[in-house]
Design a protein around this ligand. Sequence first.
Ligand SMILES: Nc1ncnc2c1ncn2[C@@H]1O[C@H](COP(=O)(O)OP(=O)(O)OP(=O)(O)O)[C@@H](O)[C@H]1O
Ligand SMILES: [Mg+2]
Length: 329
Amino acid sequence: MKSDDLGFSIWAVGGGKGGTGKSVVSTLVSLALARMGRKVVLLDADLGGANLHSLFGMKLPQVTLHDFVEKKIDGLEEAALDTGTPGLRLVSGANDVLSLANPKYAQKTRMLNAIKRLNADVVLLDLGAGMHYNTLDFALLADTPLLVLTPQMTSLENAYGFLKGMLFRKLERSFKEEHPLYPFLAPALKPAPGEPAEHLVDCFERARDAGAEGMAEWEAVMDSFRPGLVVNQAATSGDTLAAGVMANVACKYLGVQPDCLGAMPIDPGLRRQIDSLKPLSALGENVPAVAAASDIAKALLAREEREAREAREAHERAEKEALDNEQAA
Ligand SMILES: Nc1ncnc2c1ncn2[C@@H]1O[C@H](COP(=O)(O)OP(=O)(O)OP(=O)(O)O)[C@@H](O)[C@H]1O
Ligand SMILES: [Mg+2]
């Protein structure tokens, strides 16, 4: 639900590889946002292994996402429970894995509508590991997909794969086989058997050079895809550069420019807190991971403000142009 001046945003935290710190980052960023005065709902969208409640020192609550999916409750408000931190509520994940791990399209649509009706400024979705299309679809529900990666090469590869998977799914949904752009996209999205996949940027160039019909639509899809990157478990200042490396690769081969939103250090205090099953909300603001989460939250909000301003300015320019044309006619 839109609150008057703050807007409403859905951010999804994913990244492909398991154990990179998606749940830790989404929890600490949610706590930071709530402390900044935002109304936040954190939703455990790890459909195969929900455990976010444990980072709040909670047992699996009586009411969860599962009740919503099973239509025992009508909306998600009923499942959004207080966490003890003012402004932050948690929707716990399903405890019945089998019935939820593969939700149908209608269930996903119902869930998106319910998410939009939550009384919040920001809804954060903590996604599970892997690149199953359901996880990609959840990531694409978000205005901003946030990828958490660690400095290890395997994590970078997984995060890149996740980003590419999201973009390709978005393109596939926008341009079906009968669309005039599809033949240009196919060599990247679905190469012929035995053929190597082409880079998306090359497909884009070829379509533009050929003056293909619908290029503005393709550009709009690309422009609306604005992922953010967070490096977690950084041990050295060099480690924090991992996001920049990935952003360069994404730009070179996909034509996407992800934002590097910050890094969270390896923090033994955080680790101890988790291992002793104590809530992350009890960590002080001087704990390095908590301070880093606050910076990441600020970077996200700044980015959102910038995008809102740019959209407003573009709208004003279009209106002025229309008025000028009308007067000239
Ligand atoms: N910044 C950090 N400093 C120290 N330890 C960390 C940090 N981030 C994560 N960890 C450790 O890594 C573990 C896994 O983190 P987390 O559960 O957030 O990963 P995940 O990506 O959500 O995993 P999954 O893919 O299984 O959902 C934590 O329990 C914690 O022990
Ligand atoms: Mg997790």
